[in-house]
Design a protein around this ligand. Structure first.
Ligand SMILES: Nc1ncnc2c1ncn2[C@@H]1O[C@H](COP(=O)(O)OP(=O)(O)O)[C@@H](O)[C@H]1O
Ligand SMILES: O=P(O)(O)OC[C@H]1O[C@](O)(COP(=O)(O)O)[C@@H](O)[C@@H]1O
Length: 342
């Protein structure tokens, strides 16, 4: 670590959708700050708290035994007003009035855009900690909350499979992910789903009802009649899983049921991987502040903590795992007729 800078007071907030593990990240920030002799002021309800001066000191005693819970004890929010220049100026004035030297923002790409926006009006250091179930931030192998969301989706898909199998039905399970297919791909692979409709796969050639039906028929022809479970990423079919199920039933007379997982994917106990990632990244954020760095996200690549320029986190994109796609689409559930190699 380079020469430490004298930072006395840290601000922290959780912003955007809550992600399982945000509490663990908050705890890590508070414990690490205390370890290095810094105070922490937490702002409630994300950027809204910066504007409303809604804050409280956070000491180690305030974060004991919170890492096993999802949600966030300091609350989160989406705050449209923060996008205005005047809002960033107000927030900067409030931070200065509290003598805050550095701000840790735990959230997703929108929250990081907010951090960049604030940095145009405030001289303090700003560090992002990636907290979103969507895993849609460049520069880190995973975001906090993603592993838990995949686990929840897999668990739901396993349960759906019981009924789908018993009744030879088609099920369409809609998962979150905003405009990224990470939750869709990983949960489909983990649960052995027959088909995925993911944003990254829809860009060149959007799926049609008839191509979906052909795949169902081909899968049945290879494996015999049975269940067929499809994972649909949100925003990838007009009207979502309900509309797609209705269209399949109406046009092709397939017994088909929709299931929307929704916000269930953001609740329940964070997985061990998320608790550990959040703990490491929370500490890393404080150590980056001590290093005098600003406008970066604390990320993790191949087990090594790294710093990623905030702007890169949304301007660049992590691709989906091409090997997982290949296995799902070419080996397990071929979407094209391919000759056997022997
Ligand atoms: N371009 C922007 N400029 C300023 N603030 C922003 C911007 N985009 C998002 N924010 C702030 O960050 C908050 C969280 O962003 P959002 O996209 O809702 O969630 P996430 O951080 O999980 O992606 C927004 O409600 C808003 O307060
Ligand atoms: O909870 P809300 O406001 O309905 O938002 C739903 C969105 O939040 C998420 O769960 C998480 O996204 P963010 O990280 O952008 O908050 C998305 O997967 C989903 O599209």
């Amino acid at each position: 670590m380079s020469e430490s800078k004298q930072v006395q007071r840290i601000g922290v907030l959780t912003s955007g959708g809550d992600a399982p593990g945000m509490n663990a990240a908050l705890r890590a920030v508070v414990l690490a700050a205390d370890h290095y002799g810094m105070e922490v002021i937490a702002f409630r309800h994300g950027y809204q708290g910066l504007l409303d001066n809604d804050h409280a000191p956070m000491r180690p005693a305030d974060v004991m035994h919170i890492l096993q819970y999802s949600g966030t004890v300091i609350k989160s929010a989406r705050c449209q007003r923060f996008k205005e220049v005047e809002a960033a100026q107000e927030a900067a004035a409030n931070l200065d009035a509290l003598s805050i030297d550095a701000l840790v923002v735990i959230g997703g790409d929108g929250s990081f855009r907010g951090a960049e926006h604030l940095s145009a009006h405030w001289d303090g250091q700003i560090i992002g900690v990636p907290g979103t179930i969507d895993n849609d931030l460049f520069g880190t192998d995973a975001t906090i909350g993603y592993a838990t969301a995949v686990h929840i989706a897999m668990d739901a898909l396993d349960k759906i499979r019981d009924t789908a199998d018993a009744m030879d039905r088609v099920f369409i399970v809609e998962v979150m992910g905003r405009y990224a297919g990470f939750i869709g791909l990983s949960s489909a692979m983990a649960a052995g789903a027959e088909r995925m409709i993911l944003p990254e796969l829809q860009k060149e050639k959007p799926l049609t009802i008839s191509t979906i039906v052909k795949h169902i028929e081909r899968t049945n022809a290879i494996r015999g009649e049975g269940s067929y479970v499809m994972v649909l990423s949100e925003h990838q079919w007009p009207g979502g899983a309900v509309a797609l199920a209705e269209q399949l039933e109406a046009e092709y007379h397939l017994p088909c049921r929709p299931c929307l997982l929704g916000h269930i994917q953001r609740g329940g106990p964070p997985s061990p991987a998320d608790r550990i990632l959040a703990s490491e990244l929370g500490v890393h954020a404080i150590e980056l502040i001590r290093d005098g760095v600003t406008k970066v996200m604390a990320g993790m690549q191949a087990g090594t903590p790294i710093a990623v320029p905030l702007r890169d986190t949304w301007e660049k994109k992590n691709p989906l795992d091409s090997n997982l796609l290949r296995i799902q689409h070419e080996i397990f559930n071929p979407v094209k007729k391919t000759p056997r190699t022997h």
